[in-house]
Design a protein around this ligand. Structure first.
Ligand SMILES: Cc1cc2nc3c(=O)[nH]c(=O)nc-3n(C[C@H](O)[C@H](O)[C@H](O)COP(=O)(O)OP(=O)(O)OC[C@H]3O[C@@H](n4cnc5c(N)ncnc54)[C@H](O)[C@@H]3O)c2cc1C
Length: 495
């Protein structure tokens, strides 16, 4: 007799969704987390808690946010984010490479999964400020990303932990799962190390939710390519690809964009791994309102190509490809009030100046002459006739340049000037294992379900290629984690 029906490996958002779902269906559940309790929550704890889902109208938002006041509702345009829109975003940003069946499960399952999370006790609130600016007294949400968990990633993980504990789910920290117990037909448990001892625990089924391989320098360089050892890791140091490796070891099929990842502009002086005291504060996501220059003083990317939700996850790679892997983001007084709160943390690598000459001299590593020329050309190209509006793609461009700026172009001309030094921060990797989209069961490289083995979250491959729409990571973990937990609870290892 097994003491546990289901073992869940990892204790981030995907793992907890699996654990709740399995428990809800009567399973006894053990969660094994490699990190000590003080560093719990994986990457999920580092998030802002922003979560993407399809909704029809303000009624759907109100149902998920009972704390919203009538005054807030009166000054907010939540718009809608239909399933069609969600599909379009996924197909467009992944260049039509997303696995259609996985994508369908994600999109069509998103709204009901939000309701399920809400029913479990996870609370949500609108992302005022970051995802909606106040223009003429009203907030208008853009980019399909409207709600975040109360208290961000920390609040989300705390809520998950409380719900799990109250439901009788056992969580063991400092427990690193090393391999799957596999009898040649089915997974029968795990081998782990905890408190200096290595031993086996059996179960009817195992859910792997152990994250990607972003924190493994060697795998990063091997799979993402040369140069990726230079990236800083935005989140946990514990996602080193263990879950993926142990599944591949028993014949799981690899899937998805193994040379791809989510990576952003990240403070140049940030530590090697994420710092829980700073959370996601090292990110610098307001570049659509300014410009970015490299060591030659040159712009290298269209900062205003789209809302930041659709560009930020691919621009980290572009920054890594610049000479010496850095860039400076530059803003003038006209837009500094729009900068996200992460620009005001004391750890920001920031310089200010009252003249452009002074600014040029303060941008460490940048050719001041190249920068001065670039600014002159850029400022002259800005279309000052079109009205600037941060809530829409305003078409206010700077064109006729080597690198166009498509929206939100403003001259860099009014002091004080602010500049932020950034490099590439990797968030998570896109390659992973193949799962059945309906059951989250891991498939073998014969494309057959591996009895007793399920997976969810970052370590599933096939959903994201090249890029990613913001807020989809938590939703993916929730949809497939929930499904993995349900399937695991009913698994009898025969198929
Ligand atoms: C700074 C930052 C901000 C982000 N912001 C957002 C956001 O606002 N919205 C959004 O949707 N996404 C965001 N993301 C992405 C998001 O974090 C992930 O997509 C999501 O949290 C992944 O959840 P997960 O459960 O798969 O992995 P994780 O939350 O990383 O959990 C994996 C867990 O597995 C554990 N583990 C690893 N190996 C083992 C082992 N051998 N044995 C036992 N346990 C193991 C790890 O310690 C970890 O706790 C952000 C990421 C970062 C880093």
């Amino acid at each position: 007799m097994n003491k546990y029906d289901v073992i869940v490996v990892g204790a981030g958002n995907a793992a907890f969704c699996a654990a709740h779902a399995a428990r809800e269906h009567g399973a006894t559940v053990l969660v094994l987390e490699r990190a000590p309790e003080s560093l719990n929550g994986g990457n999920s704890r580092f998030t802002a808690g922003a979560i993407r889902f399809a909704y029809e109208d303000a009624g759907d938002i109100r149902a998920l946010c009972p704390d919203l006041s009538e005054d807030q509702i009166a000054i907010t345009d939540f718009g809608s984010y239909t399933t069609d829109h969600f599909y379009e975003d996924m197909f467009r940003v992944t260049r039509y490479r997303t696995d259609p069946a996985l994508c369908e499960r994600l999109v069509t399952g998103s709204r009901e999964t939000m309701a399920w999370l809400g029913g479990k006790g996870i609370r949500f609130m609108p992302i005022y400020g970051r995802q909606a600016f106040k223009v003429d007294g009203r907030f208008k949400f853009w980019g399909g990303l409207t709600l975040e968990a109360w208290g961000g990633g920390v609040g989300l993980v705390d809520a998950h932990t409380k719900i799990a504990t109250e439901a009788g789910i056992e969580i063991r920290y400092g427990a690193r799962v090393r391999e799957l117990l596999f009898d040649g037909h089915a997974v029968t448990g795990v081998r782990l190390t905890a408190d200096g001892e290595t031993f086996n625990v059996s179960a009817k089924s195992v859910v792997l939710a152990a994250g990607g391989f972003e924190s493994n320098t060697e795998w990063r360089t091997r799979y993402l390519g040369p140069g990726w050892e230079m990236a800083k890791v935005r989140g946990t140091a514990f996602n080193t690809g263990d879950g993926i490796r142990m599944a591949l070891d028993i014949g799981a099929s690899p899937a998805g964009n193994w040379s791809g990842c989510h990576a952003v502009g990240w403070d140049y002086n940030a530590p090697e791994f994420g710092d829980l005291a700073v959370g996601d504060g090292y990110q610098k996501h307001s570049y659509p309102f300014g410009i970015m220059v490299n060591a030659n003083g040159k712009r290298f990317v269209d900062e205003g190509a789209d809302f930041r939700n659709y560009t930020y996850a691919k621009y980290g790679r572009v920054i890594l490809e610049q000479p010496d892997q850095f860039a400076w983001q530059i803003f003038d007084r006209k837009v500094t009030h729009l900068l996200r709160d992460e620009y005001r943390i004391k750890q920001a690598s920031k310089v200010t100046a009252n003249t452009l000459e002074e600014l040029a001299s303060k941008l460490e590593g940048v050719d001041p002459h190249g920068f001065a020329d670039e600014l002159k050309t850029y400022n002259a190209a800005v279309d000052t006739q079109t009205l600037f509006n941060p809530n829409i793609k305003d078409g206010r461009s700077a064109s006729g340049l080597t690198v166009k700026k498509s929206n939100w172009a403003n001259t860099i001309s009014e002091p004080p000037f602010e500049a932020y030094h950034i490099t590439c921060g990797i968030t998570f990797t896109f390659g992973g294992v193949r799962i059945d989209p309906q059951t989250s069961q891991v498939l073998s490289d014969d494309q057959a379900p591996i009895p007793g083995l399920f997976a969810a979250g970052e370590m599933v491959g096939g959903l994201f290629y090249f890029n990613y729409p913001g807020g989809t990571g938590l939703m993916s973990g929730s949809v497939f984690g929930r499904r993995a937990g349900e399937s695991a609870a009913f698994s009898n290892r025969t198929k």
